[in-house]
Design a protein around this ligand. Structure first.
Ligand code: FAD
Length: 308
C-alpha cells in the first residue's frame, strides 16, 4: 500500500525538484547510486570485481522525450564501455539499458530509434567483449521491449531479457524465452501496475516468482535470479540443484547497496553473483523505486533531507 502511494506521490514536480536537489554524495543517494560519472561507476565496478562479484551498469535516465537526450544516453554507454575496456573489466562487467532512455517513448519513430540506439550499444559491448541486458519498465512497454529484444537477438543473441514476476503474463513469457543461449533476468517488478495486469500482494507475487523461476531453471536458457528475498534465493538454489545446474549456468543478481554481505556470501560459496550498479545524473526515478520498496529506507531518506 505504502509502495503504491509513494510511487504515485513521486510524480509531483515539487517533490521531484526538492529531492533532485540533494547532492549525489548525500547518504541515501550514495547508498544506492555509484556516482554521476562513468569514472565513478568504473571505480565502484573495480571494488566489487575485486571482491569476486560481477556487475551490470545502468546509466540512469528514463522516459526520454527528446531525440538529443536519447542520443546522449547511447553515447554515455559507448563512453562507459570504452572505460570498462581500458580498465580490463569487461569480463566481469556488462551493461543494462532502459529502452525508454534511448528513445522508445519518442512520438512516431520512437521504437525504431530505440532499436537503432540499442543496436549501437550492443555492437560496442560485443567489441569490448561483453553483453547488454534490456531492463523492463512499466507494462505498457512490455510488448514493445520484447519485440525490440527479438530484433536485437537476430544479430546479438547474447542480449539479456528481463521479466517481471508480478505481471500475470510472465509465466508464458518465461516459456517463450527459456531456450538455449537466452539470458533472462527474473525480478519481482518495481512499477505501480493495475490489478488487471499484475498481482497486487506480496504473497501472490512471490508465488508467481517461483512458478516463473521453475520454468527458467528447468529450461535451457541462463536464468538470472534478481532478488534480495532470502526465501526466493534459497528456493532458487534448490531449483538449480534439482535441475542439475552448475554455478556457471545461472546467476544471482542484486542491486548496488542492498544486502552487500549476502552478495559476498553467495559469491564465497561458489555462486555467480552480479551487482546492478546505477550511475548518472538522472537518479530520481530509480531512487524513488528503491525507497518505495522498503519503509525503513524512508527514515534514512528523511534524515538526508533534514540535514541537507
Ligand atoms: P522484496 O520482497 O522487495 O524484498 C526482499 C528483502 O530484500 C527485503 O525484506 C529486504 O531485506 C531486502 N530489500 C529489498 N529491497 C530493498 C531496498 N530497496 N532497500 C533495502 N532492502 C531491500 N524491476 C523492474 O521492474 N525492471 C527491471 O528491469 C529490474 N531490474 C532489476 C535488476 C536487479 C539486478 C534487481 C535485483 C532488481 C531489479 N528490479 C527491476 C527491481 C525488482 O523488480 C524489485 O523491485 C526489487 O528487487 C525488490 O524486490 P525483491 O525481490 O528484492 O523482494
Amino acid at each position: 500500500m505504502l509502495r503504491r502511494v509513494l510511487l504515485g506521490v513521486s510524480r509531483s514536480p515539487q517533490i521531484k525538484k526538492a529531492v533532485s536537489s540533494l547532492p549525489v554524495s548525500s547518504g541515501i543517494v550514495a547508498r544506492f547510486v555509484a556516482g554521476e560519472s562513468a569514472a565513478e561507476a568504473v571505480l565502484a565496478t573495480e571494488k566489487l570485481v575485486s571482491n569476486g562479484l560481477n556487475v551490470t551498469l545502468d546509466h540512469l535516465g528514463e522516459d526520454t522525450t527528446d531525440l538529443a537526450a536519447a542520443t546522449a544516453t547511447a553515447d554515455a554507454y559507448l563512453e562507459l564501455l570504452k572505460q570498462l575496456g581500458e580498465a580490463g573489466l569487461t569480463q566481469n562487467a556488462e551493461v543494462s539499458v532502459k529502452l525508454s532512455a534511448v528513445g522508445q517513448a519518442l512520438p512516431g519513430d520512437g521504437e525504431k530509434i530505440a532499436l537503432e540506439n540499442a543496436r549501437t550499444i550492443c555492437l560496442a559491448a560485443r567489441n569490448a567483449g561483453t553483453t547488454v541486458t534490456l531492463d523492463m519498465e512499466d507494462h505498457t512497454t512490455t510488448d514493445s521491449t520484447l519485440g525490440i529484444l527479438r530484433e536485437l537477438r537476430q544479430d546479438f543473441p547474447e542480449t539479456g531479457a528481463v521479466l517481471q514476476a508480478y505481471l500475470r503474463r510472465t509465466e508464458g513469457d518465461c516459456v517463450d524465452l527459456a531456450h538455449a543461449g537466452s539470458r533472462v533476468r527474473l525480478c519481482k517488478g518495481a512499477y505501480k501496475e493495475p490489478e488487471s495486469v499484475a498481482f497486487q500482494n506480496k504473497q501472490a507475487v512471490d508465488k508467481a516468482y517461483v512458478r516463473a523461476l521453475k520454468v527458467l531453471m528447468n529450461g535451457d536458457g541462463y536464468p538470472m535470479v534478481a532478488s534480495h528475498d532470502p526465501r526466493l534465493i534459497a528456493i532458487a538454489g534448490s531449483l538449480a540443484d534439482r535441475a542439475n545446474r552448475s554455478p556457471d549456468t545461472y546467476e544471482y543478481q542484486m542491486l548496488y547497496g542492498i544486502r552487500p554481505d549476502e552478495q559476498r556470501r553467495l559469491a564465497r560459496e561458489g555462486n555467480t553473483v552480479r551487482v546492478y550498479i546505477p550511475y548518472g545524473e538522472d537518479w530520481y526515478g530509480y531512487l524513488v523505486r528503491r525507497l518505495a520498496e522498503r519503509p525503513a529506507n524512508l527514515q534514512f531518506f528523511a534524515r538526508s533531507l533534514i540535514s541537507k
